[in-house]
Design a protein around this ligand. Sequence first.
Ligand SMILES: C[S@@+](CC[C@H](N)C(=O)[O-])C[C@H]1O[C@@H](n2cnc3c(N)ncnc32)[C@H](O)[C@@H]1O
Length: 287
Amino acid sequence: MASNDVQTGKVSFDDIYDQPDPRAFFRTLSGFDYQIPEHGSAAFAFLARTLRTRRDRGPFSVLDLCCSYGINAALLNHDVSLADLYARYASAEIEPLTSDELITADRAFYAERRADPLPVIGLDAAPNAIAYAVETGLLAAGSSENLEEHDPSEELKSHLVDVGLITVTGGIGYITEATFDRLLGSATVDDPPWIAAFTLRWVDMEPIRSMLARHGYRLEVLRGRTFRQRRFADDREREHALAQLRRLGIDPDGVEADGYHHAELYLARPQAEADADPVDELLSPIL
Ligand SMILES: C[S@@+](CC[C@H](N)C(=O)[O-])C[C@H]1O[C@@H](n2cnc3c(N)ncnc32)[C@H](O)[C@@H]1O
């Protein structure tokens, strides 16, 4: 189960990230009212629709970083909510299944509920989670390469060719500017993807901002709205988060003081696109 990370004060859920199926992930995180994938997929669906209408390009795929068991892909492309998934993976019907049986059942479950055919490529350092997401059909392709440490393989690069939107929920911090640098260094230059990342408020985005600028991107944040990520796991985590925010000059009153970690939505676009289209207007439907 969860343990406190000595350096960040944040509870670690590492032991649920690389299981053969997502039951432990959903059961554990539902207990903390984990909700960032629900906020994320709603915003990503909006951005994908916007990209379809504004860019003169053919079909594109989404690259979901730190995709885990394909949760954003499940919510983005299927008629299911996060509450549906929490109920499914806690149900008595699912409980006795082996992981292989659950994968077979989930393949049918998601196929019956498929709504949007946006192909999602998933990247996560957890190979079992990626295998589950590919086998159930949630991901069109997946990779467990760690771009914090290595350049992408030729196989992964071949999947990046059609990426129009890069998404992240719950992943910034695990991945840093190093992953973005390696990704953008190998992406097709003709039509650089947009990048949408939900990031906890206390995370310092400056290293990512300056690295993205070197690749010709402008990183902007949606002002006027924060998104609940999950409840603080315990008092220690809460105190640590509030102290960290105050240290950075960020007022937690009316936000984290409600007992939840809060994230902000960052959007990075190529400079010219960002100049032509102010982020506040673009994202106003999400406010
Ligand atoms: C908090 S979970 C977020 C999962 C999912 N995106 C969500 O919102 O529920 C963090 C994920 O980051 C993954 N991760 C950790 N280090 C990584 C790395 N270097 N590259 C890619 N993924 C990584 C973990 O395996 C885990 O699945």
